[in-house]
Design a protein around this ligand. Structure first.
Ligand code: BES
Ligand code: ZN
Length: 860
């Protein structure tokens, strides 16, 4: 029997909850397979919803043992999603609801609600996991102070807020700040703490602790340091202080996401806490710093001010991503961070926005909210705030944010509230700007230029035209306001007009500069000032000029990237030879020791195969994954041959002798070193990589060398040695699982993944391990899209296997299929068959049904 189709939730249907909650008291009697949860919730009529209303509480998979209202037993009507007490059975004024339920944390493999990980109890409640713990109005606009008592024989018992009592076998926690249920957390286990402290600028002493399993204490120092720097930064940059006496972080091995901002008790995927030079790469360190900051910053943007409903998710996530990006650019290199963020935006968000999963930054309907924690909500949500800041200026931004914190502290707010503080603080009308939140799709911006010389100097005109392709459910796209940062250079590379922001508001609009001595070279969309695709035919000479001379580092990198894309497109489509202009331009950057090594490393990396496939598709071609792969390899080999001496010199010069330091400068040197190695490995058969693998003293170089060896097809011994050395370390073994399918030859990828899936270490119920293997395979563009369809089948098989166990992670991983409509009919038919097979499976989760259905819709 097929279940009834799940009903979408609509933004338009929002209504306030009929009751307010003035206090929550919870008691947990922990037991792995039979935990008792006692709740006492004080309700009062909500003046925003006059009249008498039923009491509706969310609840899933709970065994209700008893229920009372004001001490009197009641028998609510239960269904699969919760329970209802009829209005007639409720007192007229405030009342207290009491219930006892039993839940089974061991059986909870979905990792949502209260579950077990490695012998410890932990929770994940966002978005709608609290309803798997007890009956409650599980929605973010119901905020209340919580008191929690935990009873358990385990030594460490943690919850939100401040500790307010403890004895043998119990502990009590009190969180004075009203919060929605999704920020509730509980942890109990045999854990050890790494401790430190922080004094806020008003003098509050905060005890900081990172809780890990015994043996992991020596890998917490970087996370702790990042936390302290985050706390300081939020005071300095936003005037935001911490507001409790303790701040706890717990690392867990089984976690669907990266990390979670529960009030005073952040819970982290252990891969985003634990790091040592031997086990973590530079990229891991940077990610840990950023995610620690992100979750900490949620204390104000998310927790003190939360979201009215889940449609407003970008209100906390887009803003908090923007804030963590600002933090990282302050801690490290701003231009390098900007390039990294744009690379992620294009790889994840543009791809989403151009395919069947496109949706607005603020969606208007969803079936399963967990499917909307997307690159669009997060990364585009952050870009939209960056544009706002560009339009109102730094001062305007600061005033608007101060007003936001003042006006909405303690509230559950909306995007309308957010835009209103900007309007009130700056006097600007943001009516048109709001389209960035409501309209899906990536605008394409085309440009033409005109030059007319004159006696008083020439006039230069740029004419822009914007067009946003239709997205599912949104055919018509009115013009948006687009901040376009432009600077002008003269032909000898001097900047004649410094960066200014052009505010485009029309479909077609021209901007003029007068009195110029010579025809300038424009540098358009500096710093990637808006998340758009810039369509501009530029010849290789001008791109090479900008790669050599642009004073805006982002556009300097962008010029090299465009040059590489053009060259590759010609190699793929017209059998052209590798471009000497490109190689020599890259050679000049490589050899320029005045440039930041991290920046040089980014310039040396060619566009990804997936990026090239999208570019070719946009140009009206049908991308051939094998050809893209082969030509990209051929270009890398040509670069390596022509630049070998310089690559060799820089490779040697970028060694980082002495003790390992994860700082940005050292990491940049290693990044450049490994970029040189990757290219050299294309012509030396992996000779140098083999030497580095033997001698590497840190994980960055060890994993980097291993990656080059896999790509060179001579990694067998190294893989065995690596596994043998690290078999006790889950996080390092995840790398071992990810690198092989990601970097092996495309024709081998499905087989490699298949073999790894039978490895005794393939603990597929662990989300990190599952993502390592399937994410690794789908990162191998030509391997994933092998014409045989073997990888498609492998992925579909595993999604179907995981779905009943952990639907959230299965649904997330199904995005591997999202770009299928780009390819040829043969491949499309194979993907369609797999999606149909998934969709026809009886009992498929709501999560995967929604995702596979939306992806399938692409080319129905
Ligand atoms: N609030 C989220 C975690 C979350 C997301 C929980 C979805 C439940 C469902 C957290 O703040 C977050 O955004 N985490 C990111 C990392 C962050 C640095 C972007 C994550 O987990 O990937
Ligand atoms: Zn977040």
């Amino acid at each position: 029997m097929k279940d009834a189709a799940p009903q979408p939730t609509l933004l338009a249907d929002y209504a306030p909850y009929p009751f307010t909650v003035t206090g929550v008291d919870l008691t947990f009697r922990l037991s792995p397979a039979a935990t008792r949860v006692l709740s006492r919730v004080a309700f009062a009529p909500n003046p925003a919803r006059p009249g008498r209303h039923d009491l509706r509480l969310d609840g899933e998979r709970l065994a209700l043992l008893s229920a009372r209202i004001d001490g009197r037993a009641v028998t609510p009507a239960e269904d699969a999603a919760g329970l209802t007490v009829a209005a007639d059975d409720l007192p007229e004024g405030p009342f207290t609801w009491e219930a006892e339920v039993e839940i089974d944390p061991v059986a909870n493999t979905a990792l949502e609600g209260l579950y077990m990980s490695g012998g410890m109890f932990c929770t994940q409640c966002e978005a709608e996991g609290f309803r798997k713990i007890t009956f409650y109005p599980d929605r973010p606009d119901v905020m209340a102070p919580f008191k929690v008592r935990i009873e358990s024989g385990l030594p460490v018992l943690l919850s939100n807020g401040n500790p307010t009592g403890a004895g043998k076998g119990w502990a009590e926690w009190t969180d004075p700040w009203p919060k929605p249920a999704y920020l509730f957390a509980l942890v109990a286990g045999d854990l050890v703490a790494v401790r430190d402290g922080f004094t806020t600028r008003s003098g509050r002493k905060v005890d900081l602790a990172i809780w890990v399993r015994k043996g992991d204490e020596d890998r917490c120092a970087y996370a702790m340091d990042s936390l302290r720097r985050s706390m300081k930064w939020d005071e300095d940059a936003y005037g935001r202080e911490y507001d409790l006496d303790v701040f706890n972080i717990v690392a867990v091995d089984d976690f669907n996401m990266g990390a979670m901002e529960n009030k005073g008790l952040n819970i982290f995927n252990s891969k985003l806490v634990l790091a040592s030079p031997e086990t973590a790469t530079d990229a891991d360190f940077e990610r840990i710093e950023g995610v620690i900051a992100h979750e900490y910053f949620h204390n104000w943007t998310g927790n003190r001010i939360t979201c009215r409903d889940w449609f407003q998710l970008c209100l906390k996530e887009g803003l908090t991503v923007f804030r963590d990006q600002q933090f990282t650019s302050d801690m490290r290199s701003a231009p390098v961070k900007r390039i990294e963020d744009v690379l992620t935006l294009r790889a994840r968000q543009f791809r989403e926005d151009m395919g069947p999963l496109a949706h607005p930054v603020r969606p208007e309907s969803y079936i399963e909210i967990n499917n909307f924690y997307t690159a669009t909500v997060y990364e585009k949500g952050a870009e939209v705030i960056g544009m706002l800041k560009r339009l109102v200026g730094d001062d305007g931004y600061r005033r608007a944010l101060d007003l936001y914190f003042d006006r909405h502290d303690g509230e559950a707010a909306t995007i309308e509230d957010w835009l209103k503080v900007f309007e009130d603080a700056t006097g600007r009308d943001l009516g048109q700007f709001k389209r960035w939140y409501t309209d899906a799709g990536t605008p394409r911006l085309s440009v033409s230029e005109a030059w007319s010389p004159g006696k008083e100097g020439g006039t230069y005109t740029l004419t822009f035209h914007q067009k946003t392709p239709p997205t599912p459910g949104q055919d018509v796209k009115p013009a948006r306001v687009i901040p376009i940062a432009v600077g002008l250079l003269n032909p000898n590379g001097d900047e004649v007009v410094p960066t200014g922001i052009l505010e485009m508001t029309e479909v077609t609009q021209s901007f003029r500069w007068e009195g110029l001595a010579t025809r300038p070279v424009p540098s358009i969309l500096r710093g990637f000032s808006a998340p758009v695709v810039l369509d501009r035919e530029v010849d290789a000479k001008e791109r090479a000029f900008l790669l050599a001379h642009d004073t805006d580092p982002f556009n300097r990198w962008e010029a090299g990237r465009a040059l590489a894309k053009d060259a590759l497109a010609r190699m793929i489509c017209q059998a052209a030879e590798p471009s000497h202009a490109l190689i020599d331009g890259l050679g000049a950057v490589l050899a320029d020791d005045g440039l930041d090594p991290a920046f040089r490393a980014l310039c040396l990396a060619l566009p990804s195969e997936d990026d090239l496939a999208q570019t070719l598709h946009d140009a009206g071609a049908v991308p051939d994954p094998d050809r893209i792969h082969a030509e990209r390899l051929r270009l890398e080999a040509a670069i390596a041959r022509r630049l070998e001496p310089a690559l060799e010199r820089v490779y040697a010069a970028m060694a980082t002798p002495g003790a390992f330091s994860p700082d940005a400068a050292s990491a940049g040197r290693r990044a450049l070193r490994l970029a040189c190695l990757a290219l050299l490995s294309r012509i030396d058969g992996g000779e140098r990589a083999a030497v580095l693998f033997e001698t590497a003293g840190n994980m960055t170089e060890s994993a980097g060398a291993l990656a080059s060896l896999i790509a060179a097809g001579r990694a067998e011994g190294a893989l065995a040695a690596f596994h043998d050395r690290w078999k006790g370390n889950r996080l390092v073994i995840d790398k071992w699982f990810a690198l092989q399918p990601a970097l092996c030859a495309p024709e081998a990828a499905a087989g490699v993944a298949e073999r790894l899936s039978r490895h005794p270490d393939f603990d597929w119920k662990n989300p990190n391990r599952f993502r390592a293997l399937l994410g690794g395979l789908s990162a191998n563009h030509a391997g994933f899209h092998a014409a045989s369809g073997a990888s498609y089948r492998f992925c579909a098989d595993w999604l179907l296997r995981l779905d009943p166990v952990n639907p959230q992670t299965a649904a997330r991983m199904s995005t591997a299929f999202q770009s299928w409509a780009r390819y040829d009919d043969g491949r499309k038919a194979r993907v369609r068959a797999e999606l149909d097979r998934i969709l026809a499976t009886p009992g498929l989760s709501r999560d995967l049904t929604e995702m596979a259905g939306r992806i399938r819709g692409a080319d129905a």
